[in-house]
Ligand binder design. Structure first.
Ligand code: AMP
Ligand code: GLY
Length: 425
């Protein structure tokens, strides 16, 4: 099978790494890929925003399956275009992708299908939004309707801050994405990410993980794309997963199919575990980054039949996904300053030594190579140092031992990834 992976981050490096182990694979391509992905695949310099270029590439390379990593090209209709060209694609149609692309759409959709989530209102008028605050108790949760690279959510304690934020959102704090905003009830509890494969009809559990969204230790500071993750997450007990599949994920998949927009790809349910059971924080329409890195590390056996079945049907004929019993942890190394402004171009040493450790893989989220062939930082989140072990403690010790081999004075990581699980297990 000839496979094309779309994207260039740590998530796509992990997907390419897992796909490259498949006995069914004949050729692996990536667009645009990265220097790290280029060790596994032929990279083509087509950016993810160039939908015509991607379709042409898939046609010319006679690709059998396109695996799309990030949400933006899916929300822009890449899967529809590939399907129209007769090319199988792991990733949903533009219409099904609205589940992530529009929070207002998603919230109305959950209401139509009785999917448990926080009470909400949707507004494009500041006075109406402020009046709605009368019906809410603090803290106030405000969300940009559209895609904002994981940064479009603000949680504030005071009414005056909430009113200020409403004005800021509607006057373009997140550009077009915040012309409409959702205000919702605050849910307290622990968060968990659950993944499920879907071929438009059948839904299959594909791993649970816990991310760490805040930049600072002890879950403090600004929200980021994610500073580290581990799987399995002890909070995702078999009972919780069962409840989430039955009350949230299957109703979402059935609802999308019933509305004529069947979902093909991976559903990523961001859930809050509340005293009343799991509730939906958000759905994404692709693997989480960095959650994918730990899910791929633990997934035993060949992934390609599953990805292909999501694209072309037949998931019901496959066995449930098989998992390694060993937990996995990934720790993100980011450039100093992230998620604010940061420098690019600093040299990173020691990654090969870290990779040589048993049970360690360093997925590269934002690296380039300089003229001397040395790794340099080219993004905010730069490395995903990933380790497995017989226990989560062991995986964490290995991941941090690997990090200690990495020589990058211009980068940092959180030293407490996994703290919730490590405290109790
Ligand atoms: P989202 O982009 O919707 O996942 O939101 C980003 C983060 O904001 C989530 O991971 C939660 O930590 C937090 N969050 C979002 N909505 C709520 C809510 N209704 N109650 C509490 N926390 C929330
Ligand atoms: N790690 C969270 C996300 O990918 O949205």
């Amino acid at each position: 099978m000839k496979v094309l992976v779309i994207g260039s981050g740590g998530r796509e490096h992990a997907l390419a790494w897992k796909i490259s182990q498949s006995p069914l694979l004949t050729e692996l391509h990536a667009a645009p890929g990265s220097p790290a992905i280029a060790t596994l695949a032929t990279c083509h310099g087509v950016p993810v925003s160039d939908l015509d270029g991607l379709v042409d590439l898939a046609r010319q390379a006679a690709i059998d399956l396109v695996v799309v990593g990030p949400e933006n090209p899916l929300c822009d209709g890449l899967a529809d275009r590939l399907n129209a060209a007769g090319i199988a694609v792991f990733g949903p149609s533009e219409k099904a992708a609205r589940l992530e692309g529009s929070k207002a759409f998603a919230k109305d959709f959950y209401a139509r299908h009785n999917v448990p989530t926080a009470r909400y209102g949707t507004f494009s008028d500041a006075a109406e939004a402020k009046a709605f605050l009368d019906t809410m108790t603090p803290p106030y949760v405000l969300k940009a309707d559209g895609l904002a690279a994981g940064k479009g959510v603000v949680i504030v304690e005071s009414r005056s801050d909430a009113e200020e934020e409403i004005d800021a959102f509607l006057s373009g704090k997140f550009g077009e994405a915040s012309q409409t905003l959702v205000i919702e009830e605050f849910m307290s509890g622990e968060e968990v990410s659950i993944f499920a494969l879907c071929d438009g009809d059948t839904v299959m559990f594909c791993g649970a993980a816990q991310d760490h969204k805040r930049v600072g230790e002890g879950d403090t500071g600004l929200n980021t794309g994610g500073m580290g993750a581990y799987s399995p997450a002890p909070i995702a007990t078999p009972e919780l997963i069962e409840a989430a599949m039955q009350t949230i994920i299957e109703p979402v998949a059935r609802g999308l199919a019933a509305e004529g927009t069947p979902f093909r790809g991976v559903l990523f349910a961001g859930l809050m575990v509340t005293p009343d059971g799991p509730k939906t924080v958000e759905f994404n329409i692709r693997f989480g980054d960095p959650e994918c890195q730990v899910v791929m590390t633990r997934l035993a056996g060949d992934i390609l039949p599953y990805l292909k079945a999501c694209a072309s049907g037949g998931l019901a004929e496959l066995e449930p996904v098989n998992w390694s019993p060993d937990p996995a942890m990934t720790v993100v190394m980011a450039a100093n300053g992230y998620p604010g402004s940061y420098q690019k171009g600093s040299v990173i040493g020691g990654v090969d030594d870290a990779n040589a450790m048993q049970g360690v893989v360093v997925f590269e989220a934002g690296t380039a190579r300089d003229e001397a062939g040395q790794r340099t930082a080219s993004g905010g989140r730069v490395l995903n140092v990933t380790a497995t072990g017989e226990s989560l403690h062991y995986a964490a010790d290995r991941a941090y031992a690997a990090i200690d081999l990495i020589d990058w004075p211009d980068g940092f990581c959180r030293r407490d990834i996994g703290w919730r699980a490590l405290k109790t297990h």
